[in-house]
Ligand binder design. Structure first.
Ligand code: ADP
Length: 450
């Protein structure tokens, strides 16, 4: 096992990684920007190094600085968290050149999954089911139209390099495709510096169900069941739960096997998530693979009792996955929401300023809070305005919902607008309670939720 690791991140995920490392007796090194000099992750780590200005492009994204700190501090490995450098192939290569271990997958796997088009090509060969569509090299609106006409509308145009719901346009009829093509490509070029597009059949009432996989360097791959992330706003997740409601044992097994096939097809090692769309008729289709630990990993930890960060450290150090597939089991139901400093009544505009007063619900076997801020801290314009993740667990989904409602009611934030009330309304909505949910849930119930 490593004796010292560097966490190339900030906020709740940096704190969460430090907690596990500390429990394992691994020393931790934090890095921080100007804005984060007094941040919680800095206080929690054994050592901390200043790496530059507040803008991420001047600090958390400058990998030369991260590598310098590794050398200075003697950190043998880097945990990238999510976001920032977590899926940056050039960073992984630079670490390897300096004999520093990346706590994540091999660079080839990151590259293979970095493009949605490339990923679909590989998955096609590995017999992983795909949403029908075109993901080839040749690019023109005429070609997209031809494929769309053949498949039938609606279709979705997607940027191959896209992420975070950006660079996507739903096209309901042929006459809309030209405008959608132009604006999606413009957004993709601006956001990702790459306007390569693909087109897919647009499923109108799918669920987003993703499988947590874990692979080691000894050819073992297991799946830690599924998460349902169907409740989304503008293609971004709002509520995540595990297990997925109404999932059958048979479908879970099929999706788990498909996800492990996907991981094996790219020589995967470490924690990964294979995202699928689940259609009303029970068919499921590969969408993309995220080659990092995800924001919503705690719901999987809550139902399996495993610590995924511990697994990441072990696997990165060359150890085998600690359990076999048949030894993994799940119990109860878990749900996560993200508490944000943002204004749901003003297009979810981020709110910035001081957290003048902060009281979080009491943590217990039923309530877990992953956070990176304390009372008195500043939520700045520079980073994601997440205050915390609120995760609940109970024997049943009903029980989890009860804990979620109580915890949201107990959550007190003064000084900043938050989405707490919005979340409370959402998790009490009868359609959510009865799990009459697909990815269009929030849009369909807009009038009840705002
Ligand atoms: P990103 O990488 O930007 O998150 P994804 O490809 O993962 O993009 O898609 C994000 C969300 O968009 C999905 O969870 C789903 O709600 C919706 N989506 C994507 N592709 C389709 C599709 N073919 N049909 C219906 N919805 C889709």
């Amino acid at each position: 096992m490593f004796t010292k690791i560097l966490i190339a991140n900030r906020g709740e995920i940096a704190c969460r990684v430090i907690k596990t490392a500390r429990r394992m007796g691994v020393k931790t090194v934090a890095v921080y920007s100007d804005a984060d000099a007094g941040a919680m992750h800095v206080a929690m780590a054994d050592e901390a190094y200043h790496i530059g200005g507040s803008a991420a492009a001047d600090s958390y994204l400058v990998y030369e600085k991260i590598i310098d700190v590794c050398k200075k501090s003697g950190a043998q490995a880097v945990h990238p968290g999510y976001g920032f450098l977590s899926e940056n192939a050039a960073f992984c290569k630079a670490l390897a050149e300096n004999d520093i271990t990346f706590i994540g997958p091999p660079v080839g796997a990151i590259e293979a999954m970095g493009s949605k088009s490339e990923a679909k090509k590989i998955m096609e060969q590995a017999d992983v089911p795909l949403v029908p569509g075109y993901h080839g090299e040749e690019q023109s609106v005429e070609l997209m139209r031809e494929h769309a006409n053949k498949m039938g509308y609606p279709v979705i145009l997607k940027a191959a390099a896209g992420g975070g719901g950006k660079g996507m346009r739903i096209v309901w009829k042929e006459s809309e495709i030209e405008d959608a093509w132009d604006s999606a490509r413009r957004e993709a070029m601006k956001g990702f510096g790459d306007d390569h597009m693909l087109v897919e059949k647009y499923l109108t009432k799918p669920r987003h169900v993703e499988i947590q996989v874990f692979a080691d360097s000894h050819d073992e791959c297991v799946y830690l069941f599924e998460r349902d992330c169907s409740v989304q706003r503008r293609h971004q997740k709002v509520v995540e739960e595990a297990p997925a409601p109404n999932m059958t044992q048979d479908l879970r097994h099929k999706m788990g096997v498909a996800a492990c096939n996907a991981a094996r097809a790219i020589g995967y090692v470490g924690a990964g998530t294979v995202e699928f769309l689940l259609d009303e008729d029970g068919s499921f289709y590969f969408m993309e693979m995220n080659t990092r630990l995800q924001v919503e990993h705690p719901v999987t930890e809550m139902i399996t009792g495993e610590d995924l960060v511990e697994w990441q450290l072990r696997v990165a150090a060359g150890q085998a996955i600690p359990v076999k597939q048949d030894d993994l089991s799940m119990s109860g139901h878990s749900m996560e929401v993200r508490i944000y400093a943002e204004d749901p009544n003003n297009d979810f505009l981020p709110a910035t300023g001081e957290l003048k007063h902060l009281r979080t619900p009491k943590e217990s076997a039923h309530v877990r809070i992953d956070t990176g801020v304390r009372e008195g801290d500043e939520v700045s314009i520079y980073y994601d305005p997440m205050i915390s993740k609120l995760i609940v667990w109970a024997d049943t989904r009903e029980g989890a919902l009860r804990h979620m409602r109580k915890a949201l009611a107990d959550y007190q934030v003064v000084g900043l607008t938050t989405n707490i009330e919005f979340l409370a309304t959402l998790v009490s909505h009868p359609a959510f309670v009865n799990f009459d949910v697909d990815t269009g849930f929030i849009e369909r119930h807009e009038n009840d939720l705002f």
